[in-house]
Ligand binder design. Structure first.
Ligand SMILES: [Zn+2]
Length: 385
């Protein structure tokens, strides 16, 4: 049974005004509930129940009752879930306020929307394009079988709904939820990317988090755990490169350029004093989540691609699948990197870093000039020698 979701249609006059209007609206949405929007209240759908009749033998009754719960099939043999679903118009000017938890099925993903989030009619097109873009960029495929298992995102965000949707994990689960405002950040697993509504609401200005989390999914879907330095490095690299491909500002990347002066966040000397790669230390096991993982990661991954080409991602993923877990995780990660590149890869990285990263910074600044009035102003005030 498909249940239609109430849509709040707001047609804006032009694309030029669209962007400005979105920004203003986004700001007010994020702070508190907007009293100018009065929406009808919908009851949540009742969870499916097994009803047993008394006059049939137990096995028959249970079988019949389970049959009612079984997914229905449409004329094309497609499964239809009993959970609320939504159709999307593809229209960027349509703003939809989701009235109950529901899902959308795309060719390669399911999007699950939390009650109350605001989205646009073309959100699926953006996510679809991003997935293809990331595959092309990293030369990896979402089609590969998941390596490990599903994460219980249904329980975390949807009160255990959608139990029969995408059970075979053939497609990627993308969750669009309200920002809980408690400091929690977006995250990803091999089958799921968790995004806040503001990450996809204004695509003209902000898709960085969507690039980042969907890059994680792409890598995690086909590799043993890489440790956070390499995993965050791949995601941060992909995020920046996707910004360039889609000609959008890469504000997050600025944070990776400046922290060299703060050793508590990033101690560059480790790369020179310990070239066998201890900075790759697998913090997933005992170190928690630290900012410096992004700093080391994006530098190392940028170096890897410049030196060994994008094929290095596929190589590392395939080699990682041979992990036996008989050695320490950090040792395994280092071995995967060396096998995919060369034995002296960390020495090469240390030699590349001073000039390589300087060049990265210059190229970044040049790219960002089109979005950043401060950078443009600095340029125009320089007096030619
Ligand atoms: Zn990340």
């Amino acid at each position: 049974m498909k249940k239609k979701i109430l849509c709040l249609l707001m047609v804006l006059s032009t694309m030029a005004s669209l962007c400005a209007a979105c920004n203003r609206e986004k700001t007010s949405e994020n702070t508190s509930s907007d009293p100018s929007i009065n929406l009808p209240v919908f009851e949540q759908p009742a969870p499916p129940k097994i009803v047993l009749s008394d006059d049939e033998p137990e096995p028959t009754r249970r079988k019949d009752a389970l049959k009612d719960l079984a997914p229905q099939v449409d004329e094309n043999g497609m499964t239809i879930s009993q959970w609320p679903s939504i159709t999307l118009s593809g229209d960027p000017d349509e703003i939809i306020e989701i009235q109950e938890d529901c899902f959308y099925e795309g060719e390669r993903f399911f999007i699950f929307f939390q009650n109350g989030v605001k989205i646009r009619g073309d959100v699926a097109e953006h996510l679809d394009r991003i997935m293809y873009g990331l595959e092309d960029l990293l030369q990896l495929s979402y089609e590969r079988d998941p390596v490990n298992s599903d994460i219980n995102w249904r329980y975390l965000y949807f009160d255990n709904a959608f139990t029969d949707v995408n059970r075979d994990l053939a497609k990627v689960n993308i969750l669009i939820i309200k920002n809980p405002g408690d400091g929690a950040i977006e995250w990803a697993g091999e089958n799921v990317a968790v995004l806040f509504e503001e990450d996809v609401f204004d695509p003209e200005h902000d898709l960085e988090t969507a690039y980042h989390e969907l890059a994680h999914v792409l890598q995690l879907r086909q590799a043993s755990p890489f440790g956070r330095v390499l995993a965050e490095g791949i995601a941060a690299y992909a995020e920046y490169q996707m910004c360039i491909r889609e000609n959008r500002p890469a504000w997050d990347t600025a944070g990776y350029l400046t922290d060299r002066r703060n050793p508590s966040i990033y101690d560059e000397s480790l790369i020179y004093t310990d070239p066998v790669g201890t900075f790759m230390h697998d913090t997933e096991i005992d170190g928690g989540h630290n900012d410096w993982e992004y700093q080391y990661g994006i530098r190392f991954v940028t170096f890897l691609v410049e030196t060994y080409g994008v094929e290095v991602f596929d190589k590392m993923c395939r080699i990682s699948l041979e992990f036996t877990y008989e050695e320490a995780r950090t040792d395994m990660i280092i071995r995967v990197i060396k096998e995919a590149t060369s034995d002296d890869v960390f020495e090469q990285f240390a030699a590349w870093l001073p000039e390589g990263w300087e060049r990265f910074g210059e190229e970044y600044e040049e790219y960002m000039k089109q979005f950043d009035p401060m950078l443009q102003m600095r340029d125009s005030t320089q007096v030619p020698a």
